[in-house]
Design a protein around this ligand. Structure first.
Ligand SMILES: O=C(O)CCC(=O)C(=O)O
Ligand SMILES: [Fe+2]
Length: 212
């Protein structure tokens, strides 16, 4: 559970001019409530833990925020390769490739967990102060814990499969972020069987795949 790379990059100039109103509108209209449960294969929370949040799946994003879906496959892909120093492939399962997490203050959070994909790029879509909560917290075993205050337009790239991470519950302001999955070229991909059901609260594994 080490952290071989972690970097943040300002990507504001890659977002469309009206990104903020567009994201707000789509979150308002299309997000659904979900729950994270301790005890699932990637969770590090004790059994019985239930954490609320809202999300947009990749299907919602491909349809309503197509520029974000596209950035995952183009500019953000290149940035993730530069930072990780590896040849990567974007996740081509539509539902999980890009998500948007929406945490309402006063109750929502995101559990301690590991991702199943080796490289995660996380785009912050809201800005917070240190007092607002909603911090991305990482606990690598081989260095000091990291705690990142979200700043809209910043992309964080890290090895989320080996480094436990969570979002501390926001106390003020809607916290919005977009996690994006990448895999190492040529290495087998493993997605635990219960993960889609755990994240999207449905049991039918996603079958929409993009070519390439
Ligand atoms: O929303 C965040 O800041 C982190 C979420 C996360 O780690 C994930 O969706 O896997
Ligand atoms: Fe994660």
């Amino acid at each position: 559970m080490s952290l071989p790379f972690f970097a943040t990059v300002d990507v504001l100039d890659l977002l469309p001019q009206d990104w903020s109103t567009h994201v707000d509108r789509v979150c308002e209209q299309w997000s659904r409530r979900s729950e994270l449960h301790g005890g699932t294969s990637t969770s590090l929370e004790p059994l019985g833990t239930v954490i609320d949040y809202r999300l947009l799946t990749g299907d919602d994003i491909a349809e309503h925020l197509p520029w974000l879906f596209e950035l995952h496959r183009t500019s953000f892909h290149r940035i993730a390769e530069e930072i990780s120093g590896m040849s990567l492939d974007p996740d081509n399962a539509v539902t999980s490739a890009v998500n948007v997490n929406i945490l309402d203050p006063g109750g929502d959070g995101y559990e301690w967990h590991l991702d199943s994909n080796p490289v995660t790029a996380l785009l912050f879509l809201s800005t917070h102060t240190e007092e607002d909560g909603g911090r991305l917290e990482l606990r690598p075993t081989d260095r000091e814990p990291l705690s990142v205050t979200p700043c809209a337009g910043t992309l964080a790239v890290f090895d989320a499969r080996r480094c436990p991470h969570r979002v501390s519950p926001p106390t003020q302001g809607l916290r919005i972020s977009a996690p994006m999955n990448y895999f190492i070229t040529g290495q087998p991909r493993h997605r635990p069987d219960d993960l889609d059901a755990a994240l999207y609260n449905h049991n039918d594994r996603d079958v929409r795949m993009l070519i390439g």
